[in-house]
Design a protein around this ligand. Structure first.
Ligand SMILES: *Cc1c(COP(=O)(O)O)cnc(C)c1O
Length: 433
């Protein structure tokens, strides 16, 4: 199901470096733990028994392979041949389960029963809680107090799945603080606990390990597209938060030099500090959470606040392999604004009957833009997750935009707003063009 550690096109060196990026910048107590994890993980990933256990769970519990959908109407609208890799149809609604399940199985093989994880919006927490329940492991999930307040349904889901959710009141009380607390917990018990990191970030071996578990996305998509069309895509596009769905899509195509790779970061509401999460496009190299990569930081090297309409892209760092692929020009990275992502989400809903996650809508913006500059090309997009989780945020945005534009209001006080009969902003603009 996945590349063996030696079979991939590009492997990190012994210290987990991709070019100058990556590495393992952690306290001494964790250094040996991580070193052992790297060794054990690479032997398990090559072990046929482990691989078949993982393959069996991926198929019978996660519902892999996920389909590849030819998005004909949206493609026609944008002027491209558009294919969507449907990670929204994976169990728990996004690609994150591929990694949570893989690492959970690994932890169990290593004899660890207690899993520690962090979560921002709660998606990785839900995937981890589900995988731990399935595998009979205890899950302790750190989550910022601010995020707990914002993401109540996911907190309920985690608890229902049997996880312990720990509220973090330190620091910014969001994802960054949650990662710090999870690391602190781990440092205090590195022998008895397994830290299940949620994206292709952090100290070696995580960026590599997460990539191995997520590469199933690109492997399947490559085979599915070849068998459907006889051809590879002209370009493969994914959104980039920490970078796990993107590296999972990209990695199996790295050796196909003719396939362009395009990552889309959160452009937020502007280019100013704190208005976006465009780490590669606007960051500088530095160390965060044990890893040397591109970061959003102030002139003193302090990490700055980020903004994105999509919680899953709202991280000030990025996986080191992306920093490397950008530096050598193998992959390119652009940004999509909040507004453009909303418009693309709207278009995908109306043209394809698929409600994508706000994160995935950023990748769709990339596809729309690519189609404009390369008409008729074959575009493969990773639809990383489904958008049901975003419905409360979407209706809030709708309400505030209705308030902001009085001419759209119903003329009679108390009448229901006439949302039902209006076309989506994206669609009406596109169809008029
Ligand atoms: C978490 C999440 C992302 C961003 O994480 P990556 O590690 O960059 O893939 C993207 N899409 C969805 C649906 C997510 O839940």
């Amino acid at each position: 199901m996945m590349d063996s550690p030696r079979a991939g096109t590009r492997q990190p060196d012994a210290l987990g470096r991709f070019g100058p990026f990556g590495g393992r910048y952690v306290p001494e107590t964790l250094f040996t733990t991580l070193e052992r994890l790297a060794t054990q993980a690479s032997s398990f990933l090559e072990d046929p028994a482990f691989r078949s256990a993982l393959a069996e769970e991926l198929s019978s519990w996660v519902a892999r392979p996920t389909p590849l959908t030819h998005a004909r109407r949206l493609g026609d609208l944008w002027g491209a041949e558009l294919w969507l890799k449907r990670e929204d149809l994976a169990h728990t609604g996004a690609h994150k389960i591929n990694n949570a399940l893989g690492q959970g199985l690994l932890a169990r093989r290593l004899g660890m029963r207690r899993i520690i994880a962090e979560t921002g919006a709660g998606q990785h927490g839900v995937a981890t809680a589900a995988a731990c329940a399935r595998l009979g492991l205890d899950a302790t999930i750190y989550m910022g107090a601010v995020d707990i307040a914002r993401q109540a349904p996911n907190v309920d889901r985690m608890k229902r799945l049997g996880a312990t959710v720990v509220a973090v009141h330190s620091g910014d009380q969001t994802l960054r603080a949650a990662i710090n607390e999870a690391l602190r917990d781990w440092v205090s018990d590195p022998e008895g606990s397994y830290y299940l990191l949620g994206s292709a970030v952090g100290p070696h071996p995580y960026p590599w390990l997460v990539r191995e578990f997520q590469s199933v996305i690109g492997k399947e998509a490559r085979e599915q597209l070849l068998s459907a069309t006889g051809n590879l895509p002209d370009v493969a596009i994914a959104c980039v938060g920490g970078g796990s769905n993107a590296i999972g899509l990209f990695h199996p195509f790295l050796g196909d030099r003719e396939v362009k790779l395009l990552g889309i970061e959160a452009g937020g509401r502007g280019t100013g500090l704190g208005e976006h999460a465009a780490t590669i496009a606007r960051g500088r190299p530095g160390v965060l959470h044990g890893c040397y990569s591109q970061l959003l930081q102030d002139p003193c090297g302090q990490i700055i606040e980020t903004h994105s309409i999509s919680a899953g892209l709202d991280y000030p760092g990025v996986g080191p392999e992306h920093a490397y692929l950008a530096s050598i020009g193998r992959a390119h990275y652009e940004t999509a604004s909040d507004d453009d992502a909303l418009a693309a989400l709207d278009a995908c809903c109306r043209m394809e009957g698929i409600l994508p996650a706000l994160e995935s809508a950023h990748a769709l913006v990339g596809a729309q833009r690519w189609a404009r500059s390369h008409p008729g090309q074959r575009i493969l997009v990773c639809l990383s997750g489904r958008g049901d989780k975003d419905l409360p945020a979407l209706s809030q945005l709708q309400e505030s935009s209705d308030e902001g534009t009085p001419e759209r209001r119903s003329p009679v006080e108390g009448d229901p707003p006439m949302k039902e009969i209006r076309g989506g902003a994206a669609q009406s603009k596109e169809t008029l063009r």
